[in-house]
Design a protein. Structure first.
Length: 265
Protein backbone atom coordinates (compact mmCIF):
# COMPACT_ATOMS: atom_id res chain seq x y z
CA UNK A 1 0.00 0.00 0.00
CA UNK A 2 1.36 3.42 -0.87
CA UNK A 3 2.45 5.76 1.92
CA UNK A 4 -0.30 8.34 2.48
CA UNK A 5 1.99 10.76 4.39
CA UNK A 6 1.31 13.54 1.88
CA UNK A 7 -2.37 13.43 2.75
CA UNK A 8 -1.71 13.35 6.50
CA UNK A 9 1.70 14.97 7.04
CA UNK A 10 1.67 15.53 10.80
CA UNK A 11 3.40 13.22 13.23
CA UNK A 12 0.20 12.98 15.28
CA UNK A 13 -1.84 11.78 12.31
CA UNK A 14 0.73 9.08 11.59
CA UNK A 15 0.67 7.93 15.21
CA UNK A 16 -3.12 7.75 15.11
CA UNK A 17 -2.98 5.65 11.95
CA UNK A 18 -0.65 3.19 13.65
CA UNK A 19 -2.96 2.83 16.63
CA UNK A 20 -5.99 2.49 14.35
CA UNK A 21 -4.31 -0.47 12.63
CA UNK A 22 -5.22 -2.52 15.71
CA UNK A 23 -8.76 -3.83 16.13
CA UNK A 24 -10.62 -6.67 17.86
CA UNK A 25 -9.92 -8.75 14.73
CA UNK A 26 -6.26 -7.65 14.73
CA UNK A 27 -5.15 -7.36 18.38
CA UNK A 28 -1.58 -8.39 17.56
CA UNK A 29 0.37 -7.18 14.52
CA UNK A 30 3.88 -7.51 13.16
CA UNK A 31 5.77 -4.41 12.08
CA UNK A 32 5.08 -5.14 8.41
CA UNK A 33 1.39 -5.68 9.12
CA UNK A 34 1.20 -2.35 10.96
CA UNK A 35 2.85 -0.71 7.97
CA UNK A 36 0.36 -2.32 5.59
CA UNK A 37 -2.77 -1.49 7.60
CA UNK A 38 -1.70 2.06 8.44
CA UNK A 39 -0.53 2.87 4.91
CA UNK A 40 2.81 4.13 6.20
CA UNK A 41 6.22 3.28 4.81
CA UNK A 42 8.02 0.54 6.73
CA UNK A 43 10.85 2.89 7.79
CA UNK A 44 8.33 5.42 9.13
CA UNK A 45 6.40 2.66 10.88
CA UNK A 46 9.55 1.28 12.49
CA UNK A 47 10.49 4.68 13.93
CA UNK A 48 7.03 5.60 15.21
CA UNK A 49 6.27 2.15 16.61
CA UNK A 50 9.52 2.38 18.55
CA UNK A 51 8.43 5.70 20.05
CA UNK A 52 4.97 4.37 20.92
CA UNK A 53 6.48 1.27 22.54
CA UNK A 54 8.92 3.39 24.51
CA UNK A 55 6.05 5.49 25.88
CA UNK A 56 3.93 2.42 26.68
CA UNK A 57 1.20 2.82 24.07
CA UNK A 58 2.37 -0.41 22.41
CA UNK A 59 3.95 -3.54 23.87
CA UNK A 60 6.23 -5.93 22.02
CA UNK A 61 5.64 -9.65 22.48
CA UNK A 62 8.31 -12.36 22.56
CA UNK A 63 7.60 -13.24 18.91
CA UNK A 64 8.25 -9.64 17.81
CA UNK A 65 4.61 -8.67 17.25
CA UNK A 66 2.99 -5.65 18.90
CA UNK A 67 -0.16 -5.14 20.95
CA UNK A 68 -1.85 -2.11 22.52
CA UNK A 69 -0.04 -1.24 25.74
CA UNK A 70 -1.26 -0.59 29.27
CA UNK A 71 -0.61 3.16 28.98
CA UNK A 72 -3.57 3.42 26.62
CA UNK A 73 -5.72 1.52 29.12
CA UNK A 74 -4.66 3.93 31.87
CA UNK A 75 -5.66 6.93 29.79
CA UNK A 76 -8.97 5.34 28.78
CA UNK A 77 -9.79 5.05 32.46
CA UNK A 78 -9.85 8.85 32.70
CA UNK A 79 -12.76 9.19 30.25
CA UNK A 80 -15.60 10.82 32.24
CA UNK A 81 -18.39 9.30 30.12
CA UNK A 82 -16.93 5.86 30.68
CA UNK A 83 -15.29 5.50 34.07
CA UNK A 84 -17.40 7.81 36.22
CA UNK A 85 -20.61 6.51 34.69
CA UNK A 86 -19.46 2.92 35.24
CA UNK A 87 -18.73 3.53 38.91
CA UNK A 88 -22.23 4.79 39.57
CA UNK A 89 -23.83 2.16 37.33
CA UNK A 90 -22.19 -0.99 38.68
CA UNK A 91 -24.60 -1.65 41.59
CA UNK A 92 -27.59 -1.39 39.25
CA UNK A 93 -25.97 -3.52 36.57
CA UNK A 94 -25.06 -6.04 39.25
CA UNK A 95 -28.62 -6.23 40.56
CA UNK A 96 -29.98 -6.80 37.07
CA UNK A 97 -27.40 -9.50 36.39
CA UNK A 98 -28.12 -11.28 39.69
CA UNK A 99 -31.82 -11.26 38.88
CA UNK A 100 -31.40 -12.70 35.39
CA UNK A 101 -27.92 -14.28 35.06
CA UNK A 102 -27.78 -12.92 31.51
CA UNK A 103 -25.63 -10.30 29.78
CA UNK A 104 -26.13 -6.81 31.17
CA UNK A 105 -24.63 -3.89 29.26
CA UNK A 106 -24.17 -0.15 29.51
CA UNK A 107 -23.50 1.95 26.41
CA UNK A 108 -23.05 5.56 25.32
CA UNK A 109 -23.36 7.15 21.89
CA UNK A 110 -20.34 8.24 19.90
CA UNK A 111 -21.38 9.61 16.54
CA UNK A 112 -23.39 6.98 14.68
CA UNK A 113 -22.28 4.12 16.94
CA UNK A 114 -22.87 2.84 20.44
CA UNK A 115 -19.75 2.30 22.55
CA UNK A 116 -20.14 -0.30 25.29
CA UNK A 117 -18.51 0.97 28.48
CA UNK A 118 -19.40 -2.01 30.68
CA UNK A 119 -20.78 -5.52 30.49
CA UNK A 120 -21.48 -8.14 33.14
CA UNK A 121 -21.79 -11.72 31.96
CA UNK A 122 -21.51 -15.25 33.24
CA UNK A 123 -21.27 -18.88 32.21
CA UNK A 124 -25.04 -19.21 31.93
CA UNK A 125 -25.38 -16.17 29.67
CA UNK A 126 -25.83 -16.45 25.91
CA UNK A 127 -22.67 -15.56 23.92
CA UNK A 128 -22.71 -12.05 22.44
CA UNK A 129 -20.52 -10.09 20.04
CA UNK A 130 -20.43 -6.89 22.09
CA UNK A 131 -17.62 -6.20 24.55
CA UNK A 132 -16.47 -3.32 26.75
CA UNK A 133 -14.87 -0.76 24.48
CA UNK A 134 -16.51 -2.29 21.41
CA UNK A 135 -18.73 -0.48 18.95
CA UNK A 136 -21.88 -1.38 17.02
CA UNK A 137 -24.20 0.66 14.78
CA UNK A 138 -26.99 2.49 16.58
CA UNK A 139 -29.81 1.10 14.44
CA UNK A 140 -29.17 -2.59 15.13
CA UNK A 141 -28.96 -2.86 18.93
CA UNK A 142 -31.30 -2.21 21.82
CA UNK A 143 -28.91 0.23 23.48
CA UNK A 144 -28.31 1.92 20.14
CA UNK A 145 -32.01 2.32 19.38
CA UNK A 146 -32.56 4.03 22.73
CA UNK A 147 -29.63 6.39 22.21
CA UNK A 148 -30.64 7.19 18.64
CA UNK A 149 -34.29 7.76 19.63
CA UNK A 150 -33.14 10.43 22.09
CA UNK A 151 -30.39 11.96 19.92
CA UNK A 152 -30.81 15.38 18.35
CA UNK A 153 -32.88 15.47 15.13
CA UNK A 154 -29.84 16.19 12.99
CA UNK A 155 -28.08 13.04 14.17
CA UNK A 156 -31.21 10.97 13.63
CA UNK A 157 -31.62 12.24 10.09
CA UNK A 158 -27.95 11.55 9.34
CA UNK A 159 -28.42 7.91 10.37
CA UNK A 160 -31.75 7.58 8.57
CA UNK A 161 -30.33 8.95 5.32
CA UNK A 162 -27.23 6.72 5.35
CA UNK A 163 -27.11 3.06 4.30
CA UNK A 164 -28.20 0.86 7.21
CA UNK A 165 -25.93 -2.16 7.60
CA UNK A 166 -27.75 -5.49 7.71
CA UNK A 167 -26.42 -8.18 10.06
CA UNK A 168 -29.30 -10.67 9.82
CA UNK A 169 -32.59 -10.83 7.97
CA UNK A 170 -34.14 -9.27 11.09
CA UNK A 171 -31.97 -6.16 11.06
CA UNK A 172 -33.85 -2.90 10.55
CA UNK A 173 -32.38 -1.74 7.25
CA UNK A 174 -35.28 0.43 6.02
CA UNK A 175 -35.33 4.12 6.99
CA UNK A 176 -39.12 4.30 7.28
CA UNK A 177 -39.24 1.27 9.56
CA UNK A 178 -36.41 2.70 11.66
CA UNK A 179 -38.19 6.05 11.97
CA UNK A 180 -41.33 4.27 13.25
CA UNK A 181 -39.25 2.20 15.66
CA UNK A 182 -37.57 5.29 17.12
CA UNK A 183 -40.96 6.91 17.67
CA UNK A 184 -42.12 3.77 19.51
CA UNK A 185 -38.99 3.81 21.69
CA UNK A 186 -39.62 7.42 22.73
CA UNK A 187 -43.28 6.72 23.42
CA UNK A 188 -42.82 3.44 25.32
CA UNK A 189 -39.63 4.27 27.20
CA UNK A 190 -37.76 1.12 26.14
CA UNK A 191 -36.44 -0.69 23.06
CA UNK A 192 -36.47 -4.32 21.99
CA UNK A 193 -33.91 -5.39 19.41
CA UNK A 194 -35.03 -8.82 18.24
CA UNK A 195 -32.30 -10.89 16.54
CA UNK A 196 -30.87 -7.89 14.71
CA UNK A 197 -27.18 -8.62 15.36
CA UNK A 198 -27.35 -12.39 15.81
CA UNK A 199 -30.28 -14.74 15.28
CA UNK A 200 -29.62 -16.32 18.67
CA UNK A 201 -30.13 -13.20 20.80
CA UNK A 202 -32.45 -10.32 21.54
CA UNK A 203 -32.01 -7.35 23.81
CA UNK A 204 -34.19 -5.09 25.92
CA UNK A 205 -32.88 -1.59 26.65
CA UNK A 206 -33.95 1.54 28.55
CA UNK A 207 -32.60 5.11 28.74
CA UNK A 208 -30.39 6.53 31.49
CA UNK A 209 -30.90 10.24 32.32
CA UNK A 210 -28.46 12.65 33.96
CA UNK A 211 -29.15 15.58 36.32
CA UNK A 212 -30.55 17.63 33.42
CA UNK A 213 -32.79 14.73 32.35
CA UNK A 214 -30.77 14.34 29.15
CA UNK A 215 -30.35 10.74 27.97
CA UNK A 216 -26.62 10.14 28.32
CA UNK A 217 -26.52 6.34 28.22
CA UNK A 218 -28.63 3.24 27.83
CA UNK A 219 -28.75 0.02 29.79
CA UNK A 220 -29.72 -3.35 28.32
CA UNK A 221 -29.97 -7.05 28.88
CA UNK A 222 -29.17 -9.58 26.13
CA UNK A 223 -30.90 -12.95 26.32
CA UNK A 224 -31.52 -16.07 24.20
CA UNK A 225 -34.08 -15.26 21.51
CA UNK A 226 -35.65 -18.69 21.30
CA UNK A 227 -36.90 -19.04 24.87
CA UNK A 228 -37.47 -15.51 26.14
CA UNK A 229 -40.49 -13.23 26.29
CA UNK A 230 -38.83 -9.80 26.01
CA UNK A 231 -41.83 -7.99 27.50
CA UNK A 232 -41.33 -9.94 30.73
CA UNK A 233 -37.90 -8.29 31.06
CA UNK A 234 -39.03 -4.73 30.44
CA UNK A 235 -39.97 -3.91 34.08
CA UNK A 236 -36.60 -5.08 35.44
CA UNK A 237 -34.59 -3.25 32.77
CA UNK A 238 -36.56 -0.04 33.23
CA UNK A 239 -36.22 -0.31 37.01
CA UNK A 240 -32.43 -0.63 36.75
CA UNK A 241 -32.21 2.30 34.32
CA UNK A 242 -34.48 4.41 36.52
CA UNK A 243 -32.41 3.62 39.59
CA UNK A 244 -29.21 4.62 37.81
CA UNK A 245 -30.87 7.81 36.55
CA UNK A 246 -31.95 8.64 40.10
CA UNK A 247 -28.39 8.10 41.32
CA UNK A 248 -27.16 10.48 38.61
CA UNK A 249 -29.56 13.16 39.85
CA UNK A 250 -32.30 12.95 37.24
CA UNK A 251 -35.21 15.13 38.45
CA UNK A 252 -37.69 12.98 36.50
CA UNK A 253 -36.42 9.75 38.07
CA UNK A 254 -36.34 11.28 41.56
CA UNK A 255 -39.96 12.35 41.20
CA UNK A 256 -41.01 8.73 40.71
CA UNK A 257 -41.48 6.39 43.69
CA UNK A 258 -38.45 4.12 44.37
CA UNK A 259 -38.66 0.79 42.58
CA UNK A 260 -38.67 -2.37 44.62
CA UNK A 261 -35.44 -4.37 44.65
CA UNK A 262 -35.18 -6.75 41.72
CA UNK A 263 -36.18 -10.29 42.49
CA UNK A 264 -33.56 -12.98 41.94
CA UNK A 265 -34.55 -15.73 39.54
Amino acid sequence: MADRDAAAPTVASRLFRILEAFSPERPSLTLSAISRHSGLALTTTHRLVGELAGWGALERAADGSYRIGLRIYELAGLTPRGTLLREVAMPFLGDLYEATRQNVQLGVRDGDEVVYVERISGREAVPVVSRPGGRLPLHATGVGLVLLAHADPGRQEAVLSAPLKRFTERTIADARQLRRTLADVRRQGFAISDRQIELSTLSVAAPVHDDTDEVIAALSIVVPADRTDPMALVPAVRAAARGLSRALGSPKARALPPTAHLERS
